[in-house]
Write a protein that binds this ligand. Structure first.
Ligand code: SF4
Length: 448
């Protein structure tokens, strides 16, 4: 889903770019440097922090995120306040744990470069709640002065929240879950807003002085045509966002993948959503999706939104710093139900169920909070290499050509080149336009 103080001293394009899109993955003498732990197998301090806010007013049938809806999200039965208390408790416990690690704990730790409030619909929080969380994070983790602080927002008038208040709290980037600018498509997707709300949300963000505004769009959705996609692209381009994400609608089945167990990081799919997904899948068309992706390049390139990652385009200086950390395999801390963290060695996740999350962190009868249930996975060296190559190929700049000589990765990359899905550009390997559409075919051949 979607991402949010005073007018910057310089217009965004003239501000120093904190993230150089052309920074390379695996450059230097050893192409695997970016995927290796430079601290010799020890955890590294996080460069970013993700907070998962699981509340939405209603559930979109295609949604795979950890979300709770209805009375829990607003009104007298709202659990948001209790949840924010639990988030504070988890932040304290995670910071304590980090402080206790020899070599990276304590006040000398580098301040976070990014904080990301995702969901769900984080804009359902009050500005005071967001300010409280950011103050706590600044106190325990540190937030760099030029940090990117993103808040996802739904555009509807009762969902986009207090954008000026978020800006005053420290939000610098707003990610707006527009998905489409076609009213009929929005209704079919179960969205609660109209195109006019997207325009209003962007106008409010600009008026509040939000530095960077991003818009999420979905392609290959039920009832969508090339013409309606074209109209959506032109409507969004005319609003002059700084960043646009174009995601192909994915209809994976987290139940079938075994992700919805009690310790899992997903919630079970409801019966109605399952029926909706079956109908939507029947309407999807790979060739039309390819044509839509090419249209997005044409329309968005023309207004200066250059593709820097498979699904993401930005004006100079507006690439998502937080997401770049994931694609570069940098350590990111995470809190909230279903949230995933990585410390450079181990991947950790919280279980998805809100009740269990609250029971651990705000136990009854004033018990002591404990870390929520979840799981961990240590990443072995072959997986590090594969992840480094796969994530690097997602970026427009690709990976060092020397990856092609790696005994494990070379055959898969050679297969991609033979099928014109991967191409060599000087000393880099990049996905071709066809390779971007069939990237999973390449990635599957790189996994150990
Ligand atoms: S608004 Fe986003 S997070 Fe909420 S239910 Fe819809 S898709 Fe899921």
């Amino acid at each position: 889903m979607a991402v949010h103080t005073a007018t910057p001293a310089n217009p965004p394009d003239q501000q120093p770019d904190p993230v150089h899109v052309t920074d390379r993955v695996g450059s230097g003498s050893d192409p695997f440097d970016a995927g290796r732990d430079p601290m010799g197998g020890r955890p590294r301090p996080p460069v970013g922090l993700y907070l998962h806010i699981p509340f939405c007013v209603s559930l979109c049938p295609y949604c795979d995120f950890v979300v709770v809806t209805g009375h829990a999200a607003r009104g007298p039965g709202s659990r948001i306040e209790a949840f924010v208390g639990a988030l504070h408790a988890e932040l304290t416990l995670r910071a304590d744990a980090l402080d206790a690690i020899d070599g990276i704990g304590g006040p000398d730790r580098t301040a976070l470069r990014s904080v990301y409030l995702g969901g769900g619909t984080p804009s359902l929080l009050t500005a005071a709640q967001v300010a409280g969380l950011l103050d706590h994070i600044a106190d325990r983790f540190g937030i760099a002065l030029d940090a990117e602080v993103t808040l996802e927002a739904n555009p509807g008038p009762t969902e986009r929240g207090d954008i000026a208040g978020f800006r005053a709290a420290g939000v610098t980037r707003l990610s707006i879950g527009a998905q489409s600018m076609d009213p009929a498509e929005l209704r079919r997707l179960g969205r609660r807003h109209d195109p006019v709300d997207v325009r209003a949300a962007i106008a409010e963000a600009r008026a509040a002085g939000i530095r960077s505004v991003s818009v999420d769009l979905l392609m290959d959705v039920p009832g969508q045509t090339l013409a309606s996609w074209d109209a959506t692209l032109h409507a969004v381009a005319s609003l002059e966002p700084d960043h646009v994400s174009t995601y192909q609608l994915t209809l994976d089945d987290p139940d079938a993948e075994g992700l919805t167990t009690v310790e899992g990081d997903h919630l079970p799919v409801r019966a109605g959503a399952r029926r909706w997904r079956r109908r939507a899948a029947a309407e999807q068309d790979q060739d039309r999706a390819a044509a839509m992706d090419a249209r997005a390049d044409r329309v968005l390139d023309a207004v200066g939104l250059a593709r820097y990652e498979l699904s993401n385009r930005a004006r100079p200086g507006h690439a998502s710093r937080h997401n770049l950390a994931y694609w570069r395999r940098e350590p990111v801390e995470a809190v909230g139900p279903g949230a995933h963290a990585f410390d450079g060695v181990t991947r950790r996740w919280n279980a998805a169920r809100l009740d269990r999350y609250l029971a651990a962190l705000v136990p009854p009868d004033d018990g002591s909070p404990s870390l929520p249930p979840g799981g961990t996975e240590v990443i072995d060296d072959p997986t590090v290499r594969a992840e480094t190559a796969i994530l690097g190929l997602r970026l427009a700049d690709g990976i060092d050509a020397a990856f092609g000589e790696d005994p494990r990765l070379g055959p898969g990359l050679a297969w991609g080149m033979a099928h014109e899905l991967v191409a060599r550009r000087a000393d880099r390997l990049v996905l071709t336009p066809r390779g971007r559409l069939l990237s999973n075919e390449v990635f599957a051949r790189l996994l150990p």
